[in-house]
Design a protein around this ligand. Sequence first.
Ligand SMILES: Nc1nc2c(c(=O)[nH]1)N[C@H]1C(S)=C(S)[C@@H](COP(=O)(O)O)O[C@H]1N2
Ligand SMILES: [Mo]
Length: 387
Amino acid sequence: MNPDDKGRRRLLKGALGSGVLAAGAASVPSWIIPALAQGETLVPFTDVPETFAPRKKRVGSNYYQDTREITSFFSSYEQFYVVQHYGQPELDIDSYSLKVSGMVDNPIQLSIGDIMNRDSIGLDAGWECGGNRETIFNGLIGNARWQGISLRTLLEQAGIQEGAKEIVFFGGDIGSEEIRGREVDKAFARSLSIEDAMRPENMLAFEMNGEPLPLVHGRPLRLIVPGWYGVANVKWLTQIHVQDTRYMGRFMGRDYVTLKRDVVGGVERWVENSVTTINLKSAIVRVTRLGNQYHIQGFVLNDGTPIQSVEVKIDNGPWQKAEINPRSSQYSWKLFNFNWNNAVPGEHTIVSRVTDIEGNVQPTSDQVPEKVSYWENFSQFPRTVRI
Ligand SMILES: Nc1nc2c(c(=O)[nH]1)N[C@H]1C(S)=C(S)[C@@H](COP(=O)(O)O)O[C@H]1N2
Ligand SMILES: [Mo]
């Protein structure tokens, strides 16, 4: 069989499939936070307005999930959030190609069949949008099994030339930007330093949860930079360009830029930084009850540094250790469960915090630097429930 056919057939087969997970993903038990057991009920949060109801996922629009409904280690297609800044291009699979250009010894051009016929790697990775926030109860989040090719292997084949500084990843989606009174057409793009791009875990993914990448998540190919905020994971990837200057496009230099008050070498200043690696974060997403037993459940995300502990505090009580789902891996989200024993009826404030093995502790909102931008919300998130 022509190697091109194998890849195409794989793509077509999946495209026609129902939304069922492939065997590899489905056979993995999703320990902790299972769907509600018989007789088990969700305890309503008193901080969620009754009118709060995320919309159904629709092709063509952004979507955040209802985190009270996180019930499995892998987010289904219906749950995984969507953010797209320039709408959603439907790239023609037959004429699609990925181009590697710029300061390389061997420029490369690959069809999707060529890509699918290369050795592939798989990885569980979860992330959130850099704009995820408490007002939507952290719904811009998801965790999935990804399959794709190694970015590093591709770049080694291309041969990065001496003097190169950055690698720019262009999406096939184009938006009109007004810059100094002039409308220009710009592709969504992000860049990485050579060092960040060469991390062995970076991949160009063509499958999500054992299915071809869904259109909203970047069909046919997307970049995945494990441990980074969602914005790094360029969807509908069409070009990888190596250059000796810094890429300053909107999503690197203007948007997804955090502005915060911080200390720079002893001097207090307003500091701007491009959104990159995920800050150490945990949050409670649901409380359940079965008989007299209550459970508090939530997630942890970070840059991949191993986690030391996740703890839960009830009202003014002590921090108590929660259990982390053993299915977790370095770049997946980590779901946790805390058995809330002897819960007393009434209104309670509950909060979680995570600590990594380097001793970094998730801060309270009072401990993070003053911030005027929308990005990187990672402080402890107290919730209220009535039981
Ligand atoms: N080409 C392209 N890639 C993109 C975006 C986009 O608008 N265009 N949005 C980014 C942002 S801001 C986020 S948070 C993630 C969202 O990925 P998802 O929609 O698969 O959840 O994709 C990133 N990759
Ligand atoms: Mo985002």
